[in-house]
Design a protein around this ligand. Structure first.
Ligand SMILES: NC(=O)C1=CN([C@@H]2O[C@H](COP(=O)(O)OP(=O)(O)OC[C@H]3O[C@@H](n4cnc5c(N)ncnc54)[C@H](O)[C@@H]3O)[C@@H](O)[C@H]2O)C=CC1
Ligand SMILES: O=C(O)[C@@H]1CCC=N1
Length: 278
């Protein structure tokens, strides 16, 4: 059984822990290091898992998952490097932090320690995540397989080159926020058209769920599915015209480009420690 230590029990750390437990992983095989005491107590109570220090969590773990903000990664890696982590034990480091390249970890860890960089997203909380994984310099096929199995229990997994991870971050890492923003805007618009907030929310959420299921299961593209809803001279055409007039496509292009640029900047040596992703 793989023993997993999660360093950082924040939003993504919790999504992973919760998703793994729901997928049937035993609580005794999970340990969390969380430095904020109130948060540590909350996680211990809610998930009945051991919450401890970084050194203690890493000790005895087969896989150490780093889930702190990019600006908090360096001290965590320094603590791991000071522990009895070494290539011989085949302890695997998996980092979920946006922006930071694997060499930033490898340079500080004992030579040979494998590092796999992952960009997950929060829907793994409900088993519907998608993670892109990329091997660092010392990570072999078997390490990628371990990570694929781990993240595969909470969603889909794609393997990419590390050079593509900033683009992945822009598309799927941050992606849930774009859909939540669209949902928020649609609910507000529904309310302005006279619906109650509860009714507008129910309509919007189920429209998203149904549309996502069609995208995933119908075998048809987004373009084909949208065309099928758009009757000639009808209501959808009138709405889509307004969305195009509002610059929706350009807004998405610019937004994803900004996210990719920001991801690359987080890993650049000029980015100040502490200036990190929310
Ligand atoms: N939130 C998201 O949707 C995604 C986040 N990520 C990445 O995951 C990482 C964490 O992001 P969030 O969970 O959103 O941040 P967060 O701020 O919610 O969680 C980070 C947690 O780490 C804890 N922490 C900080 N230093 C620590 C240390 N030395 N030892 C133990 N615990 C420590 C903090 O107290 C906090 O609870 C970031 O690097 C981010 O780029 C990646 C994909 C998606
Ligand atoms: O906003 C962020 O920086 C993190 C990485 C991807 C999603 N959340």
């Amino acid at each position: 059984m793989t023993r997993i230590a999660v360093i950082g029990g924040g939003r993504i750390g919790e999504a992973l822990i919760s998703g793994l437990l729901k997928a049937g992983r035993a609580a005794r095989d999970l340990v969390v290091a969380e430095s904020f005491p109130a948060r540590a107590a909350e996680l211990a109570e809610q998930y009945a898992i051991r919450v401890t220090t970084v050194a203690d969590a890493a000790e005895g773990a087969d896989v150490v998952v780093i889930a702190v903000k990019p600006g908090d990664v360096d001290p965590v890696v320094a603590q791991l490097a000071a522990g009895d982590l070494d290539g011989e034990r085949e302890q695997l480091i998996v980092t979920l932090a946006a922006g930071l390249p694997t060499w930033r970890y490898e340079n500080k860890l004992p030579a040979g320690v494998p590092v796999v960089r992952v960009m997950p997203n929060t829907p793994m909380l409900v088993g519907e995540g998608v993670s892109a994984i990329a091997a660092g310099r010392f990570a072999k096929a078997e390490h990628l397989e371990t990570v694929r199995e781990l993240l595969g229990s909470v969603g889909k997994v794609v393997t990419v080159s590390e050079a593509q991870i900033d683009a992945v971050t822009a598309v799927s890492g941050s992606g849930p926020a774009y859909f939540f923003l669209v949902a928020e805007a649609m609910v507000d618009a529904g309310v302005s058209l006279g619906l109650t907030r509860a009714t507008a929310s129910e309509l919007v959420v189920q429209t998203m769920v149904g549309s996502a299921a069609m995208l995933a299961e119908s075998g048809e593209s987004a373009t084909e599915l949208r065309a099928a809803v758009t009757s000639p001279g009808g209501t959808t055409a009138a709405a889509v015209r307004e969305l195009e007039r509002g610059g929706l496509r350009t807004a998405f292009y610019d937004a994803l480009t900004a996210a990719k640029v920001k991801s690359a900047a987080l890993g650049a040596p000029t980015e100040k420690a502490g200036v990190s992703a929310e």
